[in-house]
Design a protein around this ligand. Structure first.
Ligand code: GDP
Ligand code: MG
Length: 180
């Protein structure tokens, strides 16, 4: 018969980083396919879904959690992170101070959530707003940073121009599927 079994996964992915780095814009770009310069600021817990027909037998439903309005605290609660399988940490290439916060966020994640097998949650780094003039991607530095701090990798992204957003998320899903 033509019947086949499709395995369906639901993955909770955290999208974190400082206020204004483009988390909401990246999530909207990825899940809705457009960029708007003025999304309403939502305060509270907010997530968006993206369904991917990964291959013939695998469907991946990504639940992207936007920390919406809680950035100022610099950390989230354990309850919020619970059951997350990965985290995307975003910084803004035009504001170096937002890169300085990346480690603070990664520490917060590792302190509060781990995978079911007690391994650390994989972290992906996004250097966002690469469309802006005068931004420079220091690939060697970012490679080194990821290696040193056990990030699975980094991408230079633009939610505005749709640069690398899909590629970055596909890379993350690939990593998650290898874990499970
Ligand atoms: P969040 O606070 O991290 O959720 O950041 P937002 O998604 O609200 O974005 C903050 C500001 O940066 C908004 O004015 C966005 O329009 C702008 N922004 C977000 N992503 C990009 C990008 O890739 N390029 C440019 N030029 N601006 C962006
Ligand atoms: Mg936001």
């Amino acid at each position: 018969s033509a019947e086949r079994t499709v395995v369906e996964h639901l993955y909770k992915v955290l999208v974190i980083g400082e206020f204004g780095v483009g988390k909401t814009s990246l999530i909207r770009r990825y899940t809705e396919g457009y960029f708007s310069p003025n999304y309403k600021l939502t305060i509270g817990v907010d997530f968006a879904l993206k369904s991917l027909d990964w291959d013939e037998n695998t469907r991946v439903n990504l639940q992207l959690w936007d920390i919406a309005g809680h950035e100022r605290f610099g950390h989230m609660t354990r309850v919020y992170y619970k059951y997350a399988i990965a985290a995307v940490i975003v910084f803004d290439l035009s504001r170096p101070a937002t890169f300085d916060s990346v480690l603070k966020w990664s520490t917060d994640v590792h302190e509060k959530v781990m995978l079911a097998n007690e391994q650390p949650v994989p972290l992906l780094l996004l250097a966002n707003k690469c469309d802006l003039p005068d931004t420079v991607l220091d690939a060697d530095m970012l490679d080194h940073f990821c290696k040193e701090n056990k990030f699975i990798g980094w991408f230079g992204t633009s939610a505005k121009d749709d640069t690398n957003v899909t590629d970055a998320m596909s890379y993350l899903v690939e990593t998650i599927l290898q874990l499970t």
